[in-house]
Design a protein around this ligand. Structure first.
Ligand SMILES: Nc1ncnc2c1ncn2[C@@H]1O[C@H](COP(=O)(O)OP(=O)(O)OP(=O)(O)O)[C@@H](O)[C@H]1O
Ligand SMILES: [Mg+2]
Length: 355
């Protein structure tokens, strides 16, 4: 008997097109984000009439469609016109002015970048962009280590819209005045999806990704509920895929609740595995944040001390910043409340596509 005997034959897969579950897949429709997309389109609109566009600051929690909404608009722009050039840059991957300038050149089709300095590269970008109009999206802008490039683009490109995306609304508060006053931003907040919306989005994906009828209703309901609880659509896509895999491993023709539970457990394990990359003291602090999500940093420090933590407040603060930069937690700075400024710390579902 072959070891493969009790597995499904490949043409009997439960998956129709697994690519549709990739985090970077851009579906034809982005439901529940029409209003947000219209707002962004409104900022770009003046470019079609040869005027300067508006700039926009997009913020909101992880995994709620900020990136996909913008990429979807960019795709439409590419299909509709050659006069407005959309350029998307992820500042997590490209976090210095040099890397960004290089990426901008490459995306504009300029190849002779070898040995050129940041300023030379930006000159080239400006030259090309000024022949038409351009929409720049700098995603994860809080990860950019310097913003000189932004200043240059603002000063020297005539017809543009700049879209900045981040999880942290407070990022804007610390922005250099020189840049802030030139940006004159529109603000756009993405809110979390409610339960029916989460369900609707996953249901759409189901149609692309799985053979019709393989999902049992209560199994799918469980995925939707869990996704809503976690507030991050990436987790939902992950669970859909892993539940499908779990069912296939068992040579099952249907995906049931048990397969979903296996997938959910895997999701939890996955996160723990990743946080083991942290140092022990950081893991200890992360655990405290997890158990006390939503508290102010000062309150967290008290809990930390009560549990035997020995760092000074300054060091604790640095560790918190480190966890925040790595997206294990979110830091929401609140300025000028009753007791002065403070930071609210929340446990964050680590993104799943960074590994
Ligand atoms: N309304 C929607 N319709 C279809 N897919 C969606 C929708 N919202 C989110 N998704 C999907 O969920 C995943 C996460 O969305 P996205 O990458 O846009 O999140 P984000 O808000 O940019 O998160 P982060 O702040 O962590 O970067 C993507 O795979 C995306 O395609
Ligand atoms: Mg994103």
């Amino acid at each position: 008997m072959s070891v493969f005997d009790d597995m499904l034959k490949s043409d009997e897969s439960l998956f129709l097109d697994e690519v549709a579950l990739d985090y970077s897949f851009i579906p034809k429709l982005i439901p529940y984000r029409e209003k947000e997309q219209k707002h962004i389109a409104f900022c770009i609109k003046p470019l079609f009439a040869g005027r300067n566009g508006k700039n926009i600051f997009v913020h909101g929690y992880p995994g709620i469609g900020k990136t996909v909404a913008v990429k979807h608009i960019f795709r439409e722009l590419e299909e509709k016109t050659d006069d407005v050039i959309p350029i998307y840059i992820n500042c997590w991957q490209k976090n210095t002015s040099f890397k960004i300038a290089l990426d901008l050149c490459e995306k504009l089709g300029y190849k002779f970048t070898f040995n050129k300095k940041t300023d030379d590269l930006l000159d080239i970008v400006i030259n090309i962009a000024n022949k038409k109009s351009a929409v720049f999206c700098f995603d994860e802008i809080d990860k950019a280590e310097e913003l000189d490039f932004l200043y240059t683009l603002l000063e020297r490109i005539y017809r543009k819209t700049i879209i900045l995306i981040t999880n942290y609304k407070s990022w804007i508060l610390e922005l250099d005045e020189r840049i802030k006053s030139r940006l004159t931003l529109e603000f756009l907040e993405f809110n979390k999806y409610n339960e029916p919306e989460s369900k609707g989005i996953l249901k759409n994906r189901l149609r692309y990704a799985f053979v019709q009828g393989v999902w049992e209703d209560d199994a799918f309901d469980l995925v939707a509920k869990k996704t809503y609880e976690l507030g991050d659509m990436r987790s939902g896509l992950y669970i859909l895929r892993e539940a499908g895999n779990a069912a296939e491993n068992k040579a099952s023709r249907k995906i049931n609740k048990e397969h979903v539970e296996t997938a959910i457990n895997k999701l939890n394990e996955f996160n723990i595995k990743k946080s083991t990359d942290l140092k022990e003291d950081e893991r200890f602090i992360l655990k405290i944040v997890k158990e006390n999500s939503g508290k102010k940093i000062g309150e967290l420090f008290e809990v930390y001390k009560q549990h035997g933590g020995e760092f000074t407040y300054k060091t604790f603060q640095r560790k918190i910043e480190h966890l925040g930069r790595n997206k294990f937690i979110s830091l929401d700075k609140k300025l000028g409340g009753k007791e002065g400024s403070t930071t609210i710390i929340k446990y964050a579902q680590k993104k799943l596509d960074e590994y």
